[in-house]
Design a protein around this ligand. Sequence first.
Ligand code: URA
Length: 241
Amino acid sequence: MRLNRFLARAGVSSRRGADVVIAAGRVTVNGAVVTDLGTTVDPETDTVAVDGRAVALPESPTYIVLNKPAGYVVTMSDPQGRPTVADLVSGAGKGVVPVGRLDAATEGLLLLTNDGELAYRATHPSFELPKVYEVVARGVLTDEESATLEAGVELDGRLTAQAEVELLSTARHTTLATITIHEGRKRQVRRMFEAVGHPVRNLKRLSVGPLVLADLRPGRWRRLSETEIEALRGALGLTGS
Ligand code: URA
């Protein structure tokens, strides 16, 4: 296996980032510094270290989706002692961490993995994985406001990227809609709906790229199928590596 791939799989950095680390002379294989970007290693027998610290591949990459219930913080440990997603995924696999953010109050699909390169790409803006949210918002969203959300609203001085909104139903004081966004800014959906005057009451993520929540119950997780892993890798430009 090429050394940069090994380092990326071990969660050190992206594969390109690993080349920088190698070129900087920070990597040793069996105790000897290597700077050749074409170096290959045998994960079974070679000892690889970065800055003197041994790094190893995760046992085998693990990919799971969790239906995160509201009230759980997306981190593996919380200094404030709040419930975290780590409480829900014990037994899933070594080194599994959440990919991207989901507010504590938001429920729905959360991908967790110990595949560092895939995690890096899945949160990188250039891959723009579509994320679909079901939104219950206060008030009745008009077609015009819906079009505004789709065209972009200004958050932090920058327009949001094009989004797709589907109005599912409106009652006197409530709107049920889905919104598909291609970014992952902080509290993005909540702030977008606030910007058009309709604070979000309930937010649930239904899908991330090719991964869908389907009938996974809140608080439960499942492993991705080979087909889902391939689809996800394909969406992130990792096919064939
Ligand atoms: N947008 C939000 O506002 N919150 C989330 O958790 C995810 C997207």
